[in-house]
Design a protein around this ligand. Structure first.
Ligand code: ZN
Length: 473
């Protein structure tokens, strides 16, 4: 796969803190002071209301609340938009949008001269709600007024809902998304090269994952350094063994079961050195079963800050059970992905206000091999579902028991066994091989994206270099 670049990174924008609601564009303030007591705007209909915390979620269309295309998340910034369309008799004016959110008034004013366009924020009335104000029981209502006074109301299409308040319907994100970055000291070429895990880089990881994962809280820490002496190739040799070592480190450490451990390494000095003749960038298990807690481990290259971020988000998607969105070039395709060519399906939005809206015509899903990438509503919803399941099982308790993990190559070859201790029996697909005495041995297998191989957990040590059979998906 080639390095994934996020849309905001291609824009080359610096990171900023906090949401930005820039409503200043194109207002002629001198002439357009708000009337003392503005009347409802005449002949302008609210045609849709959407909320966006990364992907646009349609709340109302043509006057009716409709089933949501994705979930909204509590304690996360939210962009609320009211789309409008002029009816006969509408006179261009500066529209004052009054949003009442949990009883608090938010105002936005913008000149409306035509039907709202999704790609033009200022053609809609819009408001950014702070994370702390997005609660599971939040409600809102919208009223559109004519800042110049106007002719008065002709109906109730300038209101939504037309009476009472609408439910936001925000759901819990399921808990903190916990990521531990394991710096790998790479000696496969004798260099001892380390990736960038500086505080600035950790902040970039945090910021990117905050944008495209439906999370309200994220923790990115740097874990222990892992020394690795075996060469890895850009065509995929050696990757499962290193991933198994990261997995062993994770499971031999006293950690929370909902932690994701991610090995970061730099096998050559530059990305262009690495990507000659092949370009494997990362490896992560596709965790179909959220109970495969033991396999919450991935691996990725970190040649530069942006490539490292894109690869990490993609591999973390696999660890949340996501297969590839197809735009060509990838195996392990998600047959249920609903949009052609890995399209987003809906408009994205950057909660930090750096890169604004993400165009679904020119941006694709981060689980694809194309770019620039963002997150689709389809992937968002499935990440959300998984995060809630993982959060709900974060206090998994059991009797610590010895197991052995081994990499299984794409050809079914068993690698070196590593002992680990797990609190509850591992979940995964059935894998069968033999133990060191030649007796039949059955274990649990999770597949790594990109290779067809993976890692299996056994109750006794498997015989090294034996062959294994894995049950189909
Ligand atoms: Zn992948």
């Amino acid at each position: 796969m080639k390095p994934l670049l996020f849309a905001l990174l291609l824009a080359g924008c610096p990171l900023q803190d906090g949401p930005d609601d820039d409503d200043s564009a194109a207002l002629d303030d001198d002439d357009d002071a708000v009337a003392a007591d503005p009347l409802p705007v005449a002949n302008l209909d609210i045609t849709a209301v959407t909320a966006n915390q990364g992907v646009e979620v349609v709340i109302m269309e043509d006057g009716d609340e409709i089933p949501r295309n994705a979930s909204l998340v509590a304690n996360r910034p939210l962009l609320l938009r009211a789309y409008v369309a002029p009816a006969a008799g509408y006179v261009n004016t500066i529209v004052l949008g009054r949003l009442t959110w949990d009883g608090a008034l938010h105002e936005d004013s913008t000149p409306i001269t035509g039907t709202s366009e999704p790609g033009d924020l200022d053609s809609t009335l819009h408001w950014v709600i702070d994370a702390a104000d997005v609660r599971p029981d939040s409600t809102f209502s919208i009223e559109l007024l004519d800042s110049r006074g106007g002719d008065g109301p002709t109906g109730d299409s300038h209101l939504w809902p037309t009476s009472g308040e609408a439910d936001v319907g925000a759901e819990s994100a399921g808990g903190t998304l916990k990521l531990v970055v394991v710096p790998i000291e790479y000696n496969g070429d004798g260099s001892g090269r380390l990736p960038d895990t500086s505080p600035d880089q950790v902040e970039l990881f945090d910021a990117l994952l905050s944008r495209v994962f439906p999370t309200s809280d994220i923790s990115v820490e740097v874990g222990p350094t892992l020394v690795w002496n075996t060469p890895l190739t850009n065509s995929g040799d050696g990757w499962e063994e290193l991933l198994n070592a990261v997995l062993e480190l994770r499971n031999s450490s006293n950690i929370d079961v909902d932690e994701y451990w991610y090995g970061l390494f730099k096998p050559t000095e530059t990305l262009s050195d690495w990507c000659s003749g092949g370009c494997r960038m990362g490896l992560g298990f596709v965790l179909d079963d959220y109970n495969s807690y033991w396999a919450r481990a991935g691996l990725g290259t970190g040649f530069d800050q942006f490539q490292a971020m894109g690869t990490m988000a993609h591999e973390l998607g696999h660890l949340h059970g996501r297969y590839h969105a197809d735009c060509g070039g990838a195996s392990g395709i998600d047959p249920f992905y609903p949009y052609d060519d890995a399209a987003l399906g809906t408009w994205g939005w950057d909660i930090f206000g750096v890169s604004g809206l993400q165009d679904p015509e020119t941006t694709v899903d981060m689980m694809s091999y194309c770019d620039p990438v963002w997150v689709s509503d389809y992937t968002w919803q499935r990440l959300h579902n998984r995060m809630r399941l993982v959060g709900g099982s974060a206090d998994l308790q059991g009797v610590p028991t010895d197991y052995w993990s081994a990499a299984i190559s794409g050809e079914g070859r068993v690698g070196k066994a590593r002992k680990l201790v797990l609190p509850v029996p591992p979940a995964g697909r059935v894998v069968e091989t033999v133990d060191v005495d030649g007796a039949p041995l059955r274990g649990a297998f999770v597949e790594a994206a990109h290779t067809g191989g993976g890692v299996a957990i056994f109750p006794r040590p498997p015989s090294p270099d034996s062959s294994a059979t894995v049950s189909p998906r």
